[in-house]
Write a protein that binds this ligand. Sequence first.
Ligand code: G1P
Length: 297
Amino acid sequence: MQKVRKAIIPAAGLGTRFLPATKALAKEMLPIVDKPTIQFIVEEARASGIEDILIIEGKSKRSIEDHFDSAPELEQNLASKKKTAMLKLVQDTTDIGVNLFYVRQPHPNGLGDAISLAKSFVGNEPFVVMLGDDLMTDKVPLTKQLINEYEKTHASILAVKRVPHDEVSAYGVIDPESETEPGLFNVKKFVEKPAIEEAPSDLAIIGRYLLTPEIFEILDHQAPGKGNEIQLTDAIDTLNQTQRVFAHEFKGKRYDVGNKFGFVQTTIEYGLKHPEVKDELRQYILEVAQRLTKEGK
Ligand code: G1P
């Protein structure tokens, strides 16, 4: 069995939900407290045993490459001022423990199109896709959970989570056939962003996929789907007709940083764990809650 060594992080979206912040800055560089969201994803990959990552970039994404590059002047400056903790933070972004590769998606034709650009990078190996809008926390990183399942089944598998029924049309949704073991589903169908009344379940695809390389042949011929874009979900549905594609229910915590409210929520949750600000933030939230309760009367 081949080891899962490679990951793809699509980061070519226009980031329109965060304009004007994303006019000149990649959405993936927006920080949660002090760390860009894409760094969380790269760290999850490394913690899952991934060795090589291809980041698929769009326009104005130079900031991502610069972030993971060394910064000699800054590092010298911090070293001369003996700011060793800060220096380590900076160096950790370069010595991140994985090899990073970059490619540009010239036209924003959808997630399936973005992934198809990774064909020669991946070659004939199983690989993972990690979407930057979803940050996950659990004892075992979600990508590692998928790899562990793959080592048993040797089949493609993607992560799902139950979402409130009125939110299903924001996601790819699975039509589960049977639960072969708790949290592991055989799937009848994968549907991209169904209408609420047509959704086959409340199990939504949440941005972590482990796929076999056969997906690329399918993507080569994939017709545009929802939103007139090449959809990864549609290609996975086709793959599932010739090879099993499982769904793994994630039981950990998911933070959606792809929309404004989710972003603010995530910032608060991570802030409450951040050693430098957690105490002050907790105090502040209690004060705000008190004020809002008073005002509400
Ligand atoms: C993408 C996928 C969708 C998935 C979602 C998870 O949609 O197309 O199937 O459920 O990510 O975040 P997007 O949010 O990019 O529109």
